[in-house]
Design a protein around this ligand. Structure first.
Ligand code: MG
Length: 389
């Protein structure tokens, strides 16, 4: 007898991860069906995806676009909702087996919590969720018996290395970083880099937020915090190494000194697929790695004096409490302002640092404290930028 198809909700289906997840589903349509698709603003692509994949429900978070989506799908057997509240409630639908969270930034926190509360397994592409509220989310997931499968390529690599290791402890993990487009540059050179330069990632094609974060190394900082929660690690068990070729996606060292690594071409469809098919590996036609094309794979220390964000993220991680939430909120404002040409590349780190120093510290935040910290930090960061002008 054929197994029931796995029913997937994709939050953020029109983004880079969302569209690649739909590619994976298209290749394995015998195994998956799309139950829910959601988008923030891209109504046109959401409509197109809905017609192609026939989900039960679509949600457009920006409510001003609700009528447009409704009208376009009026002849389809698809329910259409609008707004953040709808987003937070559809993830609890009985029929969903797995929720892929591919929203951008802080907006992923509440829907992820709601999905976990309803006992849904999570394929987590929204690292900010664990950065902001890792303690709360991992505790809740444990209580509800929910699995969180990493989609971030580095974390997927670590996950793939520990599959089958059962009770063997991780001594440390080594997260690889490409170093981004500005690797090797000095602070003087970074002073005047433009957003166009920052948006040109050498190896990965991704959304704007994560691409800027990669250029500033904040992405690796956020990933360090994400790794702490996913794999129950102490800060001193997490190391970052720059690997410009992005072939080794990360490494795990065990207590007997053995190191395992996961390798492959930089293609997000693999970690997306593995999060959806775990523990199975499905045959696919993604391009294969060829050693002949990569005569050398190199590793080097990250330059945290030039790229301060990585050091700031470690600081926030050590401090704990709401500090990573402050880091994340300040960084989201910093990236948005950099993309609007309001602040320079290096000013992003200053903004984050200033917020980390000035926001009040809460040791054991509850959900409301995270919400309040996020709002207050955004306000603070926006003020700092305004006063600077
Ligand atoms: Mg990553």
């Amino acid at each position: 007898m054929k197994e029931k198809k796995k029913s997937i909700a994709i939050l953020g289906s029109t983004g880079s991860i969302g569209t690649q997840a739909l590619d994976v589903i298209r290749q394995h349509h015998d195994y998956f069906e799309v139950e829910v698709l959601t988008a923030q603003n891209n109504a046109d692509l959401l409509i197109e995806q809905a017609i192609a994949f026939q989900p039960n429900v679509v949600v457009i978070a920006n409510e001003t676009l609700l009528e447009k989506v409704k009208t376009a799908l009026s002849h389809q057997p698809i329910k259409v909702y609008g707004g953040d509240a709808a987003l937070a409630s559809v993830v609890q639908m009985e029929s969903i087996d797995l929720v892929l969270t591919a929203l951008v930034g802080y907006s992923g926190v509440l829907p992820t919590i709601k999905a976990i509360e309803a006992g849904k397994n999570i394929a987590l592409a929204n690292k900010e969720t664990l950065v902001v509220a890792g303690a709360l989310i991992t505790k809740l997931a444990q209580e509800k018996g929910v699995n969180i499968y990493p989609v971030d390529s580095e974390h997927s690599a670590i996950f793939q290395c520990i599959v089958g290791e059962f009770h063997n402890k991780i001594e440390k993990i080594i997260l690889t970083a490409s170093g981004g487009p500005f690797r090797g540059k000095t602070r003087e050179e970074l002073q005047h880099v433009t957003k166009a330069q920052a948006l040109k990632h050498p190896n990965w094609s991704m959304g704007a937020k994560v691409t800027i974060d990669s250029a500033s190394l904040m992405n690796k900082g956020l990933e360090v915090i994400e790794a702490k929660w996913l794999f129950h690690l102490k800060p001193e068990q997490i190391e970052v190494v720059v690997h410009p070729q992005s072939i080794i996606h990360s490494l795990v060292q065990f207590e007997d000194s053995s190191i395992k690594a996961q390798l492959g071409l930089p293609d997000m469809r693999l970690p997306i697929q593995f999060a959806m098919t775990y523990p199975a590996r499905f045959k696919c036609d993604f391009p294969r790695f060829n050693f002949a094309h990569y005569p050398s794979l190199t590793l080097e220390q990250p330059d945290t004096k030039t790229f301060r964000n990585l050091a700031l993220a470690f600081q926030a991680l050590e401090k704990g409490g709401n500090a990573p939430c402050v880091l994340n909120a300040a960084n989201e404002i910093a990236v948005a302002s950099f993309l609007k040409d309001e602040i320079g590349f290096l000013e992003m780190s200053y903004l984050v640092e200033q917020c980390l120093n000035e926001m009040s510290y809460i040791k054991e935040p509850r959900f409301e404290d995270y919400v309040e910290t996020d709002t207050a930090t955004r306000r603070k960061a926006t003020e700092i930028i305004k006063n600077k002008k």
